[in-house]
Design a protein around this ligand. Sequence first.
Ligand SMILES: Cc1cc2nc3c(=O)[nH]c(=O)nc-3n(C[C@H](O)[C@H](O)[C@H](O)COP(=O)(O)O)c2cc1C
Length: 177
Amino acid sequence: MKKIIAFAGSNSKNSINKQLATYASGLVIDAEVDILDLNDFKLPLFGVDLEKQLGGQPENAHKFLNRIKESDGIVLSLAEHNGAYATVFKNLLDWMSRIESKTFFGKPMLLMATSTGGRGGKSVLSIAQNRFPYHNANIVDVFSLPLFNDNFSSGKISNEELNEELKSKVKAFQEAL
Ligand SMILES: Cc1cc2nc3c(=O)[nH]c(=O)nc-3n(C[C@H](O)[C@H](O)[C@H](O)COP(=O)(O)O)c2cc1C
């Protein structure tokens, strides 16, 4: 059985992106899903001086990178802060990239974002779509869920049209595994 990891680019306890990643990964048929939480991989703020002082990268950056390496696919939903990655995600990416610049190992990825606003995290999605290929990401499809509070309830997407769009993207992701 294929093993996929799902996580949010967020450290909020009630992360709406974690809720979306959990829902989307649950739609993948015949796969073992591991929902990861960045709070379980705490890292100091990246800096070259700290890296030198530590003589390398913290254990949690190695651990997270290994989780990606050992997976068959990635479901990732990015929180958008001021039009870009939430700090916790950028920090993780920076640390991991110092260990291995090809951080995504060519694993099929379903890349998503949601926000409480009407643009549904489209700015951070665009940043990630442009940047992740340099880290050997294999982005199978991209999905944005706008107005989370209007379009998501009881653990799933309540807007039928958006739900169908996500389902077809999950299918493409599954076929790429
Ligand atoms: C510092 C900060 C900046 C934000 N900037 C944006 C933004 O640029 N675009 C947006 O759509 N939402 C923005 N938001 C609202 C987030 O989309 C909202 O907090 C969302 O819940 C974050 O995702 P999460 O719950 O998965 O952490 C911002 C929130 C914070 C706290």
